[in-house]
Design a protein around this ligand. Sequence first.
Ligand SMILES: Nc1nc2c(ncn2[C@@H]2O[C@H](COP(=O)(O)OP(=O)(O)OP(=O)(O)O)[C@@H](O)[C@H]2O)c(=O)[nH]1
Length: 338
Amino acid sequence: MDEKAIVKRISEALLAPNLEGLVPPLLDVLAEITGLDSVYLTRIDFAELQQTIIFSKNTGALNIPENLAVPWKDTLCKRALESETFATDDVPKCWPESDAARELQLQSYVSQPVYDGAGDVFGTLCGASRSRVLLNEETTQWLVMFSRIIGKEISRENLIAELKAEKAKLHKDAEIDPLTGVLNRRGLMSRLAQIALKLAAKKQHYLLAYIDLDDFKQLNDQYGHDIGDRFLLAIADTLRHELDDNDIIARIGGDEFVVVREVEALTEDSEADFQRQLTAAINSDVKTPADTIVYRSGSVGIVAISDNSASIEEWLAVADARMYQQKRARKSAQTTNP
Ligand SMILES: Nc1nc2c(ncn2[C@@H]2O[C@H](COP(=O)(O)OP(=O)(O)OP(=O)(O)O)[C@@H](O)[C@H]2O)c(=O)[nH]1
């Protein structure tokens, strides 16, 4: 193959959107340029001390299968990297102690490290033959070039994976209340939007509870803001531990929480159960370094949801109004019977 044809085929391979698209055509070209029986790309797992063939092209007597994993310590690649012997047409003389080379009856061998974007060895780009193949400076140069092209693609893909993970983390953080670790208002709204979508498709039932702690300002004033914070965290922890695993828990304001539960049917029992569980969870004692705060006065308003005829804002407004009703009733009872 003349150089012009090689460059054309490499240019075509470079249009591939990923490693799966890039490596096979490059291996085709490499096999033709070198005349080696097998050319292949490996990944080295330095934690597990294992080398795996991830792509291979076999044209001759030798067959190096993809997905073959071998212990790193026995490999010719390790010997080649350590001794910086990147090409030989006399494997038995170069590495007489290698059982693997003897078993595979290898005569010619080339290898180049492939580096990822961080400058670490990702794996190797290799070729091997049972016959003696002329391996000159030019062969090595091609191998170096191909290993760099592959390394760049690996580095690009690693970067994209990192960016995606970072984006997912940022997105998750944006939906979490940093003080308590439960969802914030934004997180709640996104879960409620998903529920509204599900309700459009099939019949499901939910209970949404709006919780507001009574006289929290007074608690802050009496014990200080830091203890108030600990108190909010303790309430969120109790909700997390006492409620069902699938319940959605959010803190949407200073002392306001929302809990959403999917129920099999909307019955008086299911609502009463929910109310009881929530009231028990918020009316809990909270230990602080100085004191145990005995707290017995959160208000809860519940709305039942089984279709999306009302908007998310309306669900919240109804639950909020019911919560407020309960709060007012409790407060007026307190005034009447102090
Ligand atoms: N410690 C602490 N306090 C907060 C936080 N966010 C808001 N607050 C306080 O929470 C209190 C909530 O006020 P309200 O709900 O209006 O007052 P309340 O005493 O609970 O009144 P009622 O709900 O009518 O019983 C205010 O004093 C806010 O300063 C927070 O993150 N940490």
